[in-house]
Structure formats: structure tokens, C-alpha cells
Ligand binder design. Sequence first.
Ligand code: PLP
Length: 220
Amino acid sequence: MNDIKRNLHHIQTTIPEGVTLVAVSKTKPIADLMDAYEAGQRIFGENKIQEMSEKWDTMPKDISWHMIGHVQTNKVKYMAPFVDLIHAVDSYKLLKEIDKQAKKHTRTINCLLQIKIAEEESKFGLTEQDALTLLNSEEVKNLTNIHIQGVMGMATFTNDQQQIQNEFHKIAAFSEKLKLKYPQLTTLSIGMSGDYKMAIECGSTMIRVGSAIFGARNYG
Ligand SMILES: *Cc1c(COP(=O)(O)O)cnc(C)c1O
């Protein structure tokens, strides 16, 4: 068994049932993704639309592709034929475009709302109030070809485990609150290589793990 298969096997067998593993394969060659595929992995996460499209083109068609990076509205059309879940939706404008492009392909595209949880000033993500306003709006309720299935968060880039835990607890509490009104928002996407165990303890249902499977990246 090579390193990728061994790493993946370890994670797959140690995470609890009910937690979905997204193998974050950005910057990695197709041969590495195929190792993971052969080890049974069927969900891959990428952060660039062009790179994801190229990989989708050449790889087996039973893979679920997740876009985990920031999305520019004018690029949605390139992934609309195949993307399964978009993690970082943070505006009505983007939701509307995803809906429009999904319709062209007679598909439904799953989405998560990115919630701002990091202390650091981040350009992306919605405040809890903005997310509620979006979910409550008639415009969003009228979008027929998207399915908002939960929320996603990125913790502050820090070694301070306590701070990361606080941020995870905060979004987990928000996720619980949302589910009271919107029971379909079942997904909580938090946790990466360095903190996925803590994220699971905080209630994560979807972890996005890259380097702990594929090894360190040179860039990205
Ligand atoms: C790169 C990336 C990850 C994975 O990071 P690792 O530390 O390599 O596990 C997870 N989520 C997002 C949004 C990313 O961009």
C-alpha cells in the first residue's frame, strides 16, 4: 500500500459514521487522485474551477466533485454540468447564477453557505445575520435548481487550538439553531488536516482533508 492509500485508509476507518470525508486534491496530479480512488474514495474537493474541470474530464464518472474555494460568478458555468456541492456560497448573486446555470443542465446543485467564523479579517463569508436574511428571503426560496444543505466555515489560520475550538463551537451552535427552522440544513462542513478530529468533536458532519492524505502541497 502506498502512502496515499495508507493515509486515506487510516482516516476512513477512524472517523465516525455520519461524517463525510472530502479528499482535498487541489494542486495534486491525477495519478495521486487515482490512488485515492482505488482506495475507495469517491468525493474530491478542489478550489479552482479549471483544475477541477480538467480532472473531472479524465477521471471516472462516479466521482462527486466539491468546489471548496471562493467562486467567481462568471465561472459558475464551467462547473455547472458536473459539480455536486459548492461549499463557499456567500451571496444572493452567486446563488442566483448557480441556479441559472443548473437549470441549463436540468440539474440541481447542492450548496453550503460560508459563514464567517475566523477572528481575522476575511473577505469571504456571511455573518450569521446575513445568512438568516438570505435563507428567509423570497428570492432565495424561488430558486428551484439549488439545494442549500448546510453551512461551511474556515477557522482562523493559527496554532492556537483553543481559538480554533471556539470558532468551531460558534458555527456548530449556529448550525443547530438553523436546523430548528430549516431541518434540511444538515451539513456542517468544518475541519481540515490539522483540526478535523476537533471539528468532529464539535459536531462536524463533513471534513475537508488534503495534506493528511496527499502530503504537503508546494502551493495553493
Ligand atoms: C486546502 C483546503 C483544505 C484542506 O487543507 P489541508 O490542511 O491540506 O487539509 C480544506 N478546506 C479548504 C477551503 C481548502 O482550501
